[in-house]
Design a protein around this ligand. Structure first.
Ligand code: IMP
Length: 192
């Protein structure tokens, strides 16, 4: 089966390639379709699900191939769920987003957070969409730790560990992450 994994996020690409490595699926990326360079998928939805659909449909309709897109983010309890769907736009750079989060949580006892991933599998022929959700619970560290992974990884300590995803690296992250949980559901329902 040929499948377009539609994301501009290199960190997600690396994880998806690893997570789907032993599956009978030929994973194609945005760069495999020159006509996708001009596609703009505006993430105007209020939910991860809505944004995952916007991305899958925008790219899938142009590429005319079965398309998997993901919307993900960090949901922080003490911030009433923020940054949530705005995780990628919480600041102008990865570092400013992480620093902003630390500042907003300064002095707070409640460090509970979770990463959420919603995958949307979109078929441009039938225009039908299927969704697969995963999450990993944990807490926000008191400082940035580690330089592995991407985004908020150096701040997120998954339950059962003392290190952040930024310290643990992809081998551990890909066993327990939100993306792994969502991909497993996708694999069981679609690929088996
Ligand atoms: P999206 O590309 O709109 O789904 O944006 C997701 C944003 O959430 C990313 O830019 C990261 O800031 C954050 N994010 C999502 N998943 C992860 C992850 O696995 N690790 C770290 N940050 C993540």
């Amino acid at each position: 089966m040929k499948l377009l994994f539609a994301t501009t996020n290199q960190g997600k690409v690396e994880e998806a390639v690893q997570l789907l490595s032993e599956c009978s699926v030929e994973l194609l990326l945005l760069n495999d379709f020159p006509k996708l360079h001009s596609v703009v998928a505006e993430e105007s939805g209020k939910t991860f699900k809505a944004n995952a659909f916007i991305k899958a449909k925008a790219y899938g309709d142009v590429a005319q191939i079965l398309t998997l897109a993901e919307d993900a983010g960090l949901v922080v309890s003490a911030l009433n769920g923020r940054p949530g769907v705005h995780s990628a736009r919480f600041g102008v750079s990865v570092d400013s987003r992480n620093q902003k989060l630390l500042k907003m949580l300064a002095g707070k006892k409640d460090r509970f957070a979770k990463f959420v991933s919603v995958l949307c599998l979109y078929d441009p022929v039938t225009e039908k969409a299927q969704y697969f959700t995963g999450e990993v619970k944990g807490k926000i560290a008191n400082e940035i730790r580690g330089n592995l992974g991407f985004g908020y990884d150096p701040l997120f300590i998954p339950d059962g560990f003392d290190e952040t995803f930024g310290e643990l690296g992809n081998e551990v992250k890909n066993k327990i992450s939100h993306r792994k949980q969502a991909m497993e559901k996708f694999k069981i329902l679609v690929l088996s």
